[in-house]
Design a protein around this ligand. Structure first.
Ligand SMILES: [Zn+2]
Length: 262
């Protein structure tokens, strides 16, 4: 049924109920027991179906770390695993509320999920028009902490590139990766994030810093899922952590990036 047709139907139902109300008002004594007609929920179902379609049918959102794996930690006791879970939960709500896409979380509580299990969960959706994004908050090593004069900052996306692990996103042969990561980072920049690249300019960082579990995730997840690791600022940077704790705002920014035409 077209929207106009539904609207007309709804108008008729509401009109009928309005007339009934007038009628019962005129005949208050004799008709006060008349039940008020309740419009059928046809319109609600209709508008649910009208939710915009994103580029992917399913988004697999991986909240980095969890359980015994705390990820990066701040001195005051804030853990990366808690920030990533809060962000993943908000992003799931945002995508499901605003679009017709489905969201799968690799974890929805503070439990430890091995990189192998994360890859297995993701790979079930390989070839089904799904996208995998792993959410993280970055850290620098102890020596960098001691010698750096200012808090590190910035967000970037890591992708596996089988040809060159030190690739620059702008040069990657995977066009769809650029289209997916770039709009998200551009929207995050509007919320105040600096977007890292190798030259300190707004852009994308060439990096060879992928290691450990990150390497496993990027190498083990089917490339049809275009796996990307989103490093959303640094845990040692209180301004960025403050921004990240407004999870709804960050989720809205990421959603806007996802919703941009592919
Ligand atoms: Zn991490």
């Amino acid at each position: 049924m077209k929207r106009d047709a539904v609207k007309t139907l709804l108008d008729l139902v509401i009109g009928a109920s309005f007339l009934t109300a007038i009628y019962s008002g005129c005949n208050a004594k004799s008709t006060s027991n008349l039940p008020t007609p309740i419009p059928k929920p046809t319109a609600v179902v209709h508008y649910e179906e009208q939710k915009p379609k994103l580029a992917f049918d399913t988004y697999i959102i991986d909240a980095g770390h969890g359980g015994k794996d705390h990820g990066a930690t701040q001195l005051i006791g804030l853990d990366e695993k808690d920030l990533t879970l809060a962000l993943a939960t908000s992003l799931k709500a945002e995508i499901q509320n605003k679009s017709s896409s489905k969201v799968v979380l690799t974890r929805s509580d503070d439990s430890y999920i091995s990189p192998k299990e994360r890859a297995e969960i993701a790979n079930r959706y390989a070839g089904k028009n799904a996208y995998f994004m792993s959410l993280h908050v970055n850290d620098i090593n102890t020596w960098e902490k001691i010698f750096s004069s200012s808090a590190p900052s910035g967000a970037f996306v890591l992708y596996a590139d089988k040809l060159d692990p030190f690739f620059h996103l702008g040069q990657t042969p995977f066009n769809r990766l650029q289209k997916t990561g770039r709009p998200i980072l551009e929207e995050l920049a509007k919320t105040g994030f600096r977007i890292q690249n190798g030259n300190g300019k707004k852009g994308f960082r060439p990096t060879g810093e992928v290691r450990g579990d990150d390497v496993y995730i990027l190498e083990s997840i089917d490339e049809r899922l275009l796996p990307g690791i989103y490093e959303l600022g640094f845990i040692g940077n209180s301004a960025e952590v403050n921004m990240l704790q407004n999870t709804e705002k960050i989720a809205q920014a990421i959603y806007k990036g996802l919703a941009k035409p592919q």
